[in-house]
Design a binder for this molecule. Structure first.
Ligand code: NAP
Length: 385
């Protein structure tokens, strides 16, 4: 395949796996991008010879220019540089694996330039899903989910027979994270190191903490509402500790289709990059002979209360999901810097969420404003401002 891809967030967990898939499938890489990890960016430039590289941090961008002065690569810097790379690079597809809401504008620029999108970066869909998806439709570009649950649902829905209007329920699976079964009292003393130990997936720090609070499922629920047009009442979350069933769709006739595989994001990345064809797997296949034991149980939404808040936010609409996401990004950042405790993530996010009135039918500017307001509120209620 001589497809060319641009990878935003190429030094992160998903970004590195995307470049492994590119290497193994023989894709060209037109652009790489990160915030500050220039050591790895240099290696990626030397191996993949991209046309562009964007570096969020200006100083790191200057240092990288010196390190790769012998290479024919255009280095751009700052947020504008990332947007320019998203628009200008000659890729067929942009894989967005940036972390957080900052991926909204680069995604919109890539769609504007006619690139297909493979979207791992879930926060932009949560905050600006309606704007992003309607632009993708208007421009006629493919918009493919990379998040394993949404890739699973998308795969269950592929083909004309299982059409979207016959969906009865979406069932999103959750590993339950490292604190499955714990009470609020038991969560009082958990540490950053414990929160960063995910039982089945190896991921970046922010999403790993989101998996420990189960906010990740809240974000995925909103993402599923946006991507598949199913209302939140018809989306169930089930804890499935083995992470083998990546999600399921129940149709009006009661049939349930599941997509299964070992927990490995390379499957979802490869599916999105090679869509609409399927190519030989790069992952270890499931071994049914070893006696797969698949269990399902409801999550504890009283202790892991952000799932309820996510349901409320997507029903409230407008900037409500943005406020929830912004508050969460800020609180998780504070937790990762050891400034607040794990349980305070729930408290501060919910406090900030409840104190900000959503704006309906927001523009991108209003989404940015709501995000800022949510972060300021978390800083204020946590005494960190
Ligand atoms: N990891 C998974 O298995 C997984 C699964 C499903 C969905 N996702 C979603 O995919 C996204 C990425 O997750 P991840 O686990 O790969 O995160 P990660 O390991 O933290 O990687 C984030 C990447 O984004 C870059 N980045 C962060 N902020 C930036 C900024 N302001 N400007 C430019 N680059 C920036 C980082 O660069 P530096 O390295 O220089 O900091 C890094 O390359 C998230 O939205 C997550 O929810 C991840």
């Amino acid at each position: 395949m001589n497809k060319k891809i641009a990878v935003l967030g190429s030094t992160g967990s998903i970004g590195k796996q995307t470049l492994e898939v590119a290497r193994e499938c023989g894709f060209g890489v037109s652009a790489v991008c990160a915030n500050s990890n220039i050591q790895l960016l240099e290696q990626q430039i030397r191996e993949f010879n991209p046309q562009y590289c964007a570096v969020g941090n200006e100083k790191c961008a200057s240092d990288l220019k010196v390190r790769v002065a012998d290479k024919d690569v255009k280095i751009l810097s700052g947020f504008e540089g990332i947007c320019e790379v998203a628009f200008e690079s000659n890729a067929d597809m942009l894989l967005n694996s940036l972390m957080g809401k900052c991926g909204i504008m680069p995604t919109l620029y890539a769609i504007d330039s006619g690139k297909n999108i493979a979207m791992a970066n879930k926060e932009p869909i949560v905050c600006a899903g309606e704007i992003i998806l309607s632009k993708a439709k208007e421009k006629g570009v493919e918009f493919l989910p990379v998040d394993s649950e949404h890739s699973a649902i998308f795969q269950c829905l592929s083909g004309t027979f299982n059409s979207y209007d016959k969906i009865k329920r979406l069932i999103i699976t959750a590993s339950g994270g490292p604190f499955f079964g714990k009470t609020r009292d038991e969560l009082e003393k958990v540490t950053r190191e414990q929160a960063l130990k995910h039982p089945t997936w190896s991921m970046g720090a922010k999403i790993t903490v989101d998996s420990a609070t189960l906010m990740n499922k809240g974000l995925e629920l909103i993402e599923a509402v946006r991507l598949f047009g199913v209302c939140q009442e018809n989306i169930e979350i089930t804890v499935h500790r083995q992470s083998i069933v990546h999600s399921m769709v129940e149709f009006c006739d009661g049939s349930v289709l599941a997509q299964m595989g070992n927990p490995n994001m390379k499957h979802c990345i490869q599916f999105a990059l090679t869509y609409p064809t399927r190519t030989e797997s790069l992952c270890t296949p499931l071994d049914f002979k070893s006696g797969l034991n698949l269990t399902f149980s409801p999550p504890d939404e009283d202790t892991f209360s952000l799932i309820k808040t996510a349901r409320h936010a997507v029903s409230a609409g407008g900037t409500a999901p943005t406020v929830l996401n912004g508050a969460n990004e800020c609180a998780v950042g504070l937790f990762l810097e050891d400034k607040i405790r794990f349980v305070e993530i729930f408290d501060y996010v919910i406090k900030a969420y409840e104190s900000i009135k959503p704006v309906m039918n927001p523009t991108v500017e209003e989404i940015e404003q709501a995000d800022r307001q949510a972060r300021e509120e978390v800083l204020s209620v946590s005494g960190q401002r």
